[in-house]
Ligand binder design. Structure first.
Ligand code: PMP
Length: 516
């Protein structure tokens, strides 16, 4: 609501807009939701392909039931109980002890966990721990990555930097091995080697620079297992393993940020890092854990967790240290977290993510033969990216087409997101119990919309050719309407009736056309 302040003309005032709206021209106003569907205040049913947080579907009965039960329990404030352990004890008694349940899904070295509210908070703590544990300060991140909105984590999120300018000398940005659109592409057999050499060079340069100043070295690499914010680029397993072991050899820790990718999203395993056979030193998980309820977790080894006492020097606990927040851990978080885990296991949702995700990717691949604007489809499990291009020859990104598809899908009752470094990648992150039938609905409507929009493009191009032949020119500066100018107008003679050009121009202006 805050972003819907209208100006005196009733239109959204862009200059005062405090946050980004997905459908700026007609914002979503959801009043209820169930499974993979949402309903807006006009009664339109929307197939939710972009939920992200509702891992087990909207309002799953097992999650609702757990939340209801927990709301009847005593609420424990960590502060009034003076020590975090006392609240955990009570939660154990009520059979809602979440952390052991979650740790049981992780490798043995990740045997200590802490409940938090958000991914940003958990990443912030991960940074603190890595700095205290290694005694180092610098952080390595991949380009375009995003790790949250708190001061510390937005400082290590190149996605939030303006024009890729890195304002922090303690943050080192390494390249994403983007074989589709990056500097080195899949046509080059040496591409991955070149990306790796570039990575080493950037890091070595930074090490040398720092040595001159004050002997700072790296505390950690923080990364997602795949690059969701870099147009959903899926790295090769061996490449990630190589980068991780190189950075480890410098004494830095590996923080795996699975806020987006965790709990079965990528298919194959419950955790994305398992698909890459990389065991992180610190794991951060967030939004899907609570199916929409604020729940995040940091998991690490006993050894690293002990650095907590150095993060908070005032800590009362001599051995482990404390990281106290007023509202965590709560019985509600434990109950909901356990219920979500139960649903993921009982409903075999990791396998479903594999099966339905592959079905979507294969089907979109099939559509590529009959469309000229689907440049690529990629993903893992139920995280799918469809990259739209102006044509297959130049692969020029088509952000306006992506936006048109986004709005047309919404009209047809389907929500997706548009993301990526060129804003031309449709992202699908539906609930993990998304069915093949629901996927089929998306595919059918997507095919129909792309066909329709491509026809308009062809119409636009053939009109352009025809009008050019008779001496008129397309004005490409007008992005929302096709605008044609006669030779007279082009030469600056705008007085009076500009003849044929003017009548075609007014005819075309009346037509609402997209341009790419
Ligand atoms: N890391 C990643 C990869 C994310 O996608 C996000 C949120 N989109 C965050 C961290 C921040 O999580 P939160 O919004 O829960 O603070």
């Amino acid at each position: 609501e805050c972003s819907l302040k209208n100006d005196s003309h009733g239109s959204t005032n862009k200059s005062r807009k405090p946050c980004h709206l997905m459908f700026e021209q007609n914002p979503l106003r959801i009043i209820r939701s169930l499974g993979s569907f949402m309903e807006d205040e006009d009664g339109q049913q929307l197939l939710d392909c972009v939920s992200g947080v509702c891992q087990v579907g909207h309002c799953h009965p097992m999650v609702l039931e757990a939340a209801q039960r927990a709301s009847a329990l005593a609420h424990i404030s960590t502060d009034s109980n003076a020590h975090v352990i006392s609240s955990v004890d009570i939660i154990v008694k009520d059979n809602y002890h979440y952390i052991p349940r979650l740790l049981a899904t992780l490798p043995k070295n990740l045997n200590v966990g802490l409940v938090l509210h958000s991914g940003s908070e958990a990443n912030d703590l991960a940074l603190q721990l890595s700095k205290e544990f290694t005694g180092n300060h610098d952080v390595i991140v991949f380009e375009s990555s995003f790790h949250g909105c708190l001061g510390t984590v937005s400082a290590i999120s190149p996605k939030t930097y303006n024009n890729d300018f890195n304002p922090r000398d303690w943050v080192t940005i390494i390249p994403v091995p983007d074989l589709f659109r990056g500097q080195f592409r899949s046509s080059d057999p040496e591409a991955l080697e070149k990306y790796f050499e570039q990575t080493k060079e950037i890091i070595q340069t930074k090490l040398n620079e720092n040595r001159k100043i004050c002997s700072l070295q790296f505390a950690c690499l923080i990364t997602e297992p795949i690059f969701t914010f870099h147009s959903l680029t899926i790295p090769e397993k061996s490449y990630m393993q190589r980068v991780v072991s190189y950075i480890r050899s410098l004494g830095a820790l590996i923080i795996m940020d699975e806020v987006q990718t965790g709990l079965g999203r990528l298919g194959q395993n419950l955790w994305g890092f398992q698909n890459y056979e990389i065991v992180p030193d610190i794991l951060v998980a967030g939004k899907p854990l609570g199916n929409g309820y604020p729940l995040a977790v940091l998991a690490t080894s006993t050894e690293i967790s002990r650095s907590l006492k150095d993060c908070h020097k005032y800590s009362r606990s001599q051995e482990n240290g404390e990281h106290l927040f007023q509202f965590v851990p709560s019985p509600m978080q434990s109950a909901i977290g356990c219920a979500v885990l139960d649903v993921v296991c009982q409903e075999n949702l990791v396998a479903n993510a594999d099966e339905v995700g592959l079905f979507i990717r294969n089907s979109v691949c099939g559509l590529m033969t009959s469309h000229t604007t689907i440049g690529d489809v990629r993903g893992s499990g139920l995280l799918v990216g469809i990259e739209l291009v102006q044509d297959m020859k130049t692969l020029k990104p088509a952000p306006k087409l992506a936006e048109s598809v986004l709005y047309r899908l919404r009209q047809e009752g389907i929500t997706v997101a548009v993301e990526g470094i060129n804003n031309n990648v449709l992202i699908l992150i539906p609930p993990l119990n998304f069915s093949k039938q629901e996927a089929g609905r998306f595919l059918q409507v997507f095919d129909q919309i792309v066909t329709e929009l491509e026809k308009q493009m062809i119409c636009q191009v053939s009109w352009g050719n025809e009008l050019q032949r008779i001496g008129l020119k397309l004005d490409e500066s007008d992005q929302s309407f096709l605008k044609w100018r006669s030779k007279d107008e082009q030469s600056g003679n705008l007085s009076g009736d500009s003849g044929q050009g003017s009548s075609i121009s007014s005819y075309m202006r009346g037509m609402s056309c997209i341009s790419f």
